[in-house]
Ligand binder design. Structure first.
Ligand code: V47
Ligand code: SF4
Length: 390
């Protein structure tokens, strides 16, 4: 859609404020806090979506990235008690808790020997006994076994706990894990930064300053990281803007973030089951506003297991340019919270087909967005018949 067609989506007299925000987007000017809130409160979905798509296509054209990865979840036991979490098994349902030892985790790594995966994503609960040195040893063993496999692991929540227990500074702890083989950090644990909300949903874990400190320390030693936001529960629009404003400020300093991942709150099996979930319109608006506000983030990711396949396809018209990975196993944190996908797994051929169906260009990437293969010219039926892509 061109500029004129986008402008025609709002009236020039009634919606002068929205028109002027649109003009800033076209002129490449940074939006300010209040403009972000106005977009949430007043902009029609079609307008904010078209503006976000304009930016998405300016940055990436039709390219839609994914990677071939798998997950290891060391444990679902967690010392914290976030109210939105359907996963933690320390106090309630103790009998359903699990913890993997190093051999069991190495067994998962070995299962992927010879398979064309580029990343392992390690994330789980915060187990009181799995300490920094346990994970240092695990990282070293993974790298010794498969040096080129990118290890993206541990949320700032897990790291904060490990470093404090080991009595190391954030900088010392980060360097130790990086030296052992940790390549980048996932974006989890950010939730909503503002204390007014954080105190109500996850009072006992690392606060905003702590989360940002950990990511900054990673950026300062050359690591890249992601950032998430858990939205659609008790927060107001301005809390979402406050959250992304803090991320934008750190990114100005370090340029260490790769991608922003809004995570829609799901209300099954947790202490916030009475809070209703956001609508699809709200979800798409959140992607779009994030794309417009985070002008210094290269990528915006929709986590398809959480959204469902069709809604993930839709998000590609609202600023999203990345669909995460093929996620070859059991990401239990979402299925337990009521995500669309109970068994999240898509083959490469299926993910390529999903992206092509909505006329975008599937591009396989590694964790740092180096292109591994562009599938624009590939025939989906041929891919489906080829075991390498299944
Ligand atoms: O921080 C927990 C979220 C996150 C619920 O960096 C929930 O590539 C919705 O951060 N409803 C952890 N969300 C996972 C994460 C992640 C996922 C995929 C990719 C990347 C990446 C990072 O899961 C937590 C929390 O925000 N979460 N419970 C729930 N009920
Ligand atoms: Fe623990 Fe993470 Fe669940 Fe919070 S969201 S209780 S930190 S597993």
């Amino acid at each position: 859609m061109n500029k004129l067609a986008i402008e025609a989506l709002v009236s020039s007299e009634k919606d002068a404020e929205l028109r002027s925000i649109g003009e800033k987007v076209f002129q490449n000017q940074r939006l300010i806090f209040d403009e972000g809130v106005v977009l949430f409160e007043k902009a029609p979905l079609a307008y904010v979506g078209a503006l976000a798509n304009f930016i998405r296509e300016k940055l990436h054209g039709n390219k839609t990235y994914f990677n071939r990865n798998f997950h290891i979840e060391p444990t679902n036991v967690c010392v914290f008690s976030c109210n939105f979490c359907s996963y933690s098994r320390l106090y309630a349902h103790r009998d359903e808790g699990w913890e993997l030892n190093k051999d069991q985790m190495m067994h998962i790594i070995e299962k992927y020997d010879g398979k064309p995966v580029t990343e392992v994503h390690i994330v789980g609960g915060v187990h009181p006994k799995m300490n920094l040195y346990f994970f240092e040893d695990l990282l070293k063993s993974i790298k010794a076994h498969r040096p080129e496999l990118h290890i993206k692991g541990f949320t700032a929540v897990e790291l904060d706990y490990m470093f404090r227990k080991a009595k190391l500074s954030v900088e010392e702890g980060m360097q130790l894990l990086h030296d052992a083989g940790l390549d980048s950090l996932p974006g989890g644990g950010a939730e909503i930064f503002h204390p007014e909300i954080r105190e109500q949903i996850c009072a006992d874990k690392v606060d905003a300053e702590g989360w940002l400190h950990i990511h900054k320390a990673a950026h300062n030693i050359g690591m890249h990281t992601n950032a998430t936001m858990l939205f659609g529960h008790i927060e107001k629009y301005w809390h979402r803007i406050d959250h992304i404003e803090r991320l934008r400020q750190l990114q100005d300093e370090t340029q260490g973030f790769n991608t922003f991942i809004p995570l829609k709150f799901r209300n099954r099996n947790n202490d916030m089951s009475h809070v209703s979930e956001s609508s699809l319109i709200e979800d798409m608006k959140t992607y779009a506003v994030a794309r417009l506000y985070l002008d210094n983030f290269p990528h915006l990711k929709a986590y398809w297991p959480m959204l469902g396949r069709q809604n993930a396809q839709l998000s590609l018209a609202f600023g999203v340019n990345d669909l995460d990975g093929t996620i070859d196993d059991t990401t239990k944190i979402y299925s337990m919270a009521g995500s669309e996908e109970q068994n999240p797994a898509l083959s490469t051929a299926q993910l390529v087909a999903l992206i092509k169906q909505v006329k975008r260009e599937p591009v396989e990437r590694d964790t740092l967005y180096n292109v591994i293969k562009n599938y624009a010219e590939d025939d989906v039926h041929e891919l489906e018949a080829n075991p390498y892509y299944n």
